[in-house]
Design a binder for this molecule. Sequence first.
Ligand SMILES: Cc1cc2nc3c(=O)[nH]c(=O)nc-3n(C[C@H](O)[C@H](O)[C@H](O)COP(=O)(O)OP(=O)(O)OC[C@H]3O[C@@H](n4cnc5c(N)ncnc54)[C@H](O)[C@@H]3O)c2cc1C
Length: 302
Amino acid sequence: MNKTDLLIIGAGAAGISAACAAWDAGCRSIVLTDRLDSPGGILRQCVHEGFGLAEFGAELTGPAYADRLSERLSCTGVLFLPGREVLALTKEKTAVLSGSGGIEQVGFKRLILASGCREKTIGSLPVAGPRPAGIFTAGQAQEMINLCHWDLGSNIVILGSGDLGMILARRFTLEGKRVVSLVEQNKRYGGMARNYRRCIEAYQIPIRYRRTIRELHGMPRLTGVTVENLESGEREKLPCDTLVTAIGLIPERELIRGLEKEEWLSLAGNCKKVHDLADSAAAEGAALGRQIGEQLAKGNTA
Ligand SMILES: Cc1cc2nc3c(=O)[nH]c(=O)nc-3n(C[C@H](O)[C@H](O)[C@H](O)COP(=O)(O)OP(=O)(O)OC[C@H]3O[C@@H](n4cnc5c(N)ncnc54)[C@H](O)[C@@H]3O)c2cc1C
């Protein structure tokens, strides 16, 4: 079994920043691992600009931000293990990793979980009707368009007007698709004003406020959604072949179920609390990495 002083799970903005800060604080035995083949986490699929004003003093795309963090990482002696899914953690401070080389075990003194978040799906809402093809979460859609260059559909309805919903509405429009409407339960869009200006106003994309989706239609492919006005109760059917749900993110903490009170465990980034800005996930990771790195460098692991 391999052993390390500090194991960090997740090489997104939070995990990389934690690793670099722990190294800078004097800890010399650090393993950073991720199921993906390159560091950066969710940043790799966010091809729009708007990252890094606080951390790098420039508006970068997600991949450019990830590259800057990766450069920092490569200036340290942190051991990065890509392509490894952490399957389980034990109370005896061992992680079980699965990769193309098989199953490995890594023992550690301290652990930072920086595993990001997952998306709420349509299954979490009271929506009637069948579950045809053509329904995606926003993160799935973003990955399939930006990284795989797949064509998801032509007439799109987006449920939720947070940053992710607005950014995707612009992305679909730039791809030549028709965004039929965003559907938002509140009286105002949910994301940042700058994203509303740049994504919605600039491309004149319609938003239906105080509305939600009550029913899906079509089989095997989606043909439309029924939208309900939450004030009047009126319903309208919007024809579409694709529905994208951007209805919220949930911190990803499955791995630590039953271990939450262990003193060797700490959390950073979106698995602790969802951050709107990569800079704030990075800053949280760096602060934690510095603190734990100092303790480990002094030989105090408590
Ligand atoms: C669509 C979208 C747009 C955004 N736009 C902006 C923007 O314009 N400006 C801005 O500043 N911020 C933006 N953000 C927010 C910002 O990108 C994130 O808050 C931040 O990057 C999260 O970093 P993280 O390290 O916590 O998580 P992540 O980047 O999600 O990293 C978590 C990593 O953990 C890995 N992992 C999880 N579980 C395991 C496991 N069991 N084994 C191995 N590896 C595992 C994952 O593969 C992933 O690489 C946006 C976010 C999204 C989703």
